[in-house]
Design a protein around this ligand. Structure first.
Ligand code: HEM
Length: 171
């Protein structure tokens, strides 16, 4: 039990820390590094982009794996605590779908597949999309964490049957 508690804490720390690195790194690149690098001569800019992408790719792939592993573990831990709480599961389902979209865009941007070359040509826009979706994901995650679900009222089912007592016989 205590071991599971430690794993629970560790998994949460890994999840949040990875999200900070990936989302923070994307915000830094999109709004600080890319505008600054644009001012470099073309050849230097290209070199910088290639070196950066080779390193960032490893962070993205490792980060996606960690977020999926820790996220699924966190979810398994939360399921018993949120039995019958439809809104919790709907919000987390939405978050997971959004996360898959973010993972797809991030992988396409660091990959080499010719199919996604068009996306890579408008890298700045797609990174903006990643930042927006990530803000939504962090918002949902924070909301489900602090929201207090409404207590369920006991719903009466069938009206109670009143058993008739056998008529008293007078003797
Ligand atoms: C871009 C990807 C993701 C980001 C930025 C992200 C971010 C976060 C953050 C910041 C929290 C902490 C919320 C808090 O404690 O206040 C959290 C919690 C959580 N995340 Fe993620 N996450 C991502 C992907 C995923 C995925 C893929 C899964 C599931 C497969 C997942 C499942 C969870 C669960 C179950 C919690 C705990 C919710 C609760 O407290 O009830 N996350 N996430």
């Amino acid at each position: 039990m205590e071991n599971l508690f430690a794993l629970d804490v560790l998994s949460r720390i890994a999840h949040v820390a990875t999200a900070i690195v990936l989302v923070g790194g994307t915000v830094f690149m999109r709004f600080v590094l890319m505008p600054a690098a644009k001012e470099l001569p073309e050849a230097e800019h290209d070199q910088l982009r290639q070196r950066l992408l080779a390193r960032w790719k490893r962070v993205v792939h490792g980060g996606i794996a960690l977020l999926l592993l820790s996220g699924l573990f966190n979810y398994m831990q939360q399921i018993p605590k949120h039995k019958g709480d439809g809104l919790y599961h709907a919000l987390l389902g939405t978050k997971m779908l959004l996360a898959l979209v973010v993972f797809f865009i991030a992988s396409a941007l660091v990959g080499r597949s010719a199919a996604f070359e068009k996306m890579r040509q408008s890298r700045a826009n797609w990174m903006g999309v990643i930042v927006l979706l990530s803000a939504l994901i962090v918002g949902i995650s924070g909301f489900v964490k602090v929201r207090v679900p409404k207590p369920k009222l006991a719903v009466p089912t069938e009206p109670r049957q009143v058993e008739k007592l056998p008529a008293a016989t007078s003797s």
